[in-house]
Each structure stands twice: as structure tokens, then as C-alpha cells.
Design a protein around this ligand. Structure first.
Ligand code: 4NP
Length: 154
């Protein structure tokens, strides 16, 4: 099962979700193939934002191996799930989604148990609290996502 998380820059929210999914998946003994990307080309090749790296590490998630890449049309054929961090990311991804896509395109927060939570707010222009909130929202939604998907061995 291949899962790609998508935000705007692929340096804050989606690499955080990426690292959390890798860690929780490993803890569960599942074998998901996790990746992440951005709808923009702004940060291609860059490491995650140091604020996301620091915040992730403080909660047990390592983002250091992740490098920003852009969401490409090809990803809709190779991924099983493409999960966006907010509604704008969803609309931008849908714009390039081919008619015969294999991947299911959804917002990650569709898996959050609080149905009033729709988006992972962009922390880029805010303070530390925003980065912490990204981790908390993603932890809950990804745990639920994996429970729904069940134990996957390939
Ligand atoms: P992300 O955050 O989409 O969570 O990676 C952002 C990163 C960079 C920018 C905006 C949002 N930017 O405008 O450069």
C-alpha cells in the first residue's frame, strides 16, 4: 500500500505526516510505503523547515531524511492514496488528477474523528504552537487511517 501526503511546500505539514506515518506504521508492524510532496515547486530538493524538524523530533518523529518534491501526474498512477493536508491542496491536486487515476484522492482530516476538523492549518507564517498542532492532528488522523486500512503486509 503506497500513501503520499501532500501540502503546498512539502517542507512543513506533509513531511511531518510522512515521518509520523513511517513511525506509526513501523510500530504497528505494517508495511506501507510512505512519501510526500507539494503542489508547488517552491522548495524542490530542500530539507523540511527546521521548525518542523525540531517539533517532530521532540515528539519522536524524524524528518531528516525527507527532501521536498512536487506532486506529479505520474503519482496518481503509482500511489494508492494521495492525502492532502487542506482543502486548497485537495483542489490543486484534483486539477492535475488524470481521469484514469489509480490513486484515491482525499483530505487526511477525513480520517480525523472530529468531523469539524477539515484542514491541517499551514504553520509556515506562525509560531511554534502551529507546528505542534500539525503533529497532534496528523497523529490522530494517521492512527485512524491505519486502523481503517487494517494490517497491510505489502
Ligand atoms: P507547507 O507549508 O505547505 O506545510 O510545507 C508552507 C511552506 C512554504 C510556503 C507556504 C507553506 N511558502 O509560501 O513558501
Amino acid at each position: 500500500m503506497r500513501i503520499m501526503f501532500v501540502c503546498l511546500g512539502n517542507i512543513c505539514r506533509s513531511p511531518t505526516a510522512h515521518a509520523i506515518a513511517e513511525t506509526i506504521g513501523k510500530q504497528r508492524g505494517d508495511n506501507y510505503v510512505i512519501s510526500s510532496s507539494g503542489t508547488s515547486a517552491y522548495h524542490i530538493g530542500q530539507s523540511p523547515d527546521p521548525r518542523s524538524v525540531h517539533c517532530g523530533l521532540s515528539r519522536g518523529y524524524n524528518l531528516n531524511h525527507i527532501r521536498a518534491q512536487k506532486l506529479e501526474v505520474q503519482d496518481f498512477y503509482t500511489q494508492d492514496y494521495i492525502l492532502t493536508m487542506d482543502q486548497q491542496n485537495y483542489l490543486d491536486a484534483k486539477e492535475i488528477m488524470p481521469d484514469d487515476a489509480h490513486a484515491k484522492l482525499m483530505r487526511l482530516m477525513e480520517f480525523h474523528p472530529d468531523s469539524s476538523v477539515n484542514d491541517v492549518p499551514d504553520p509556515y507564517y506562525g509560531g511554534t504552537k502551529g507546528f505542534d498542532k500539525v503533529v497532534s492532528l496528523c497523529e490522530v488522523a494517521i492512527t485512524n487511517l491505519f486502523n481503517e486500512l487494517g494490517s497491510v503486509k505489502s
